[in-house]
Design a protein around this ligand. Structure first.
Ligand SMILES: O=C(O)C(=O)C[C@H](O)[C@H](O)COP(=O)(O)O
Length: 211
């Protein structure tokens, strides 16, 4: 494995979760994020353009770390790899995905929200998970509770995370980064307002507590 789950979550304190509709937006978006200091993209397979965008950015901008999101089964995972994804995020966890990630030797960051799911990840040598949907399943208090039994597990809370609450998560010992869609609002993509996306990325990074 070139990069493991924990290393993926250590690339950037903020991971933009992206749904992209137009392939011509892929490279300008990657550049806008990079100009704003963000060098990781989770491009979801929710749109038909997702895989093509992963392929284009991974080929044309090797300095950007591009992975797939909303990877729900073996086919999604293998399609992501064949289109150049360096890692895959899932909203959930399953034996099918775990085995597919092992067979294909790629970092899987599964989504978990219960102790049993964290155990399934941990017992399969997965060292970092997404907490999804973070705020809805208990947020900061749930992650504090996981610190007891699962002290070594790291998390990327995603779902309901915003500029207003990201520092509460980032201050936790078991949180390496947060994920969210706020960095790339659909409206700005539709308007092709890439300067504003750069500004949001910069100002989000500046708001992180440095304590
Ligand atoms: O599709 C996936 O793989 C997901 O994990 C879901 C996304 O991460 C969340 O939908 C983002 O949540 P918001 O930042 O609250 O919009």
């Amino acid at each position: 494995m070139k990069i493991n789950a924990k290393e993926v979550l250590s690339i950037s304190p903020i991971v933009p979760v992206i749904a992209i509709d137009n392939i011509e937006d892929a490279l300008p978006l990657a550049k806008a994020l990079q100009d704003g200091g963000i060098n990781i993209m989770e491009i979801t397979l929710r749109t038909a353009t997702g895989l093509k965008a992963i392929e284009l950015i991974s080929k044309q901008m090797p300095s950007m770390n591009v992975g797939a999101g909303t990877v729900c089964n073996k086919k999604d995972l293998e399609d992501s790899i064949s289109h150049g994804a360096a890692f895959v995020f899932s909203p959930g966890i399953s034996e099918e995905l775990i085995q597919a990630a092992k067979q294909n030797d790629i970092a899987l960051i599964p989504g978990v929200c219960t102790a049993s799911e964290v155990m399934l990840a941990q017992n399969n040598d997965i060292n970092a998970c997404k907490l999804f949907p973070a705020v809805q399943v208990g947020g900061v208090n749930l992650l504090k509770a996981f610190l007891g039994p699962f002290a070594k597990m790291s998390f990327c809370p995603t779902g309901g995370v915003s500029l207003d609450n990201m520092n509460e998560f980032l201050d936790l010992k078991n949180v390496l980064c947060v994920g969210g869609s706020w960095l790339v609002p659909k409206k700005l993509l539709d308007e092709k307002n890439f300067d504003e996306i750069t500004r949001i990325a910069k100002s989000s990074l500046e708001k992180i507590n440095k304590a």
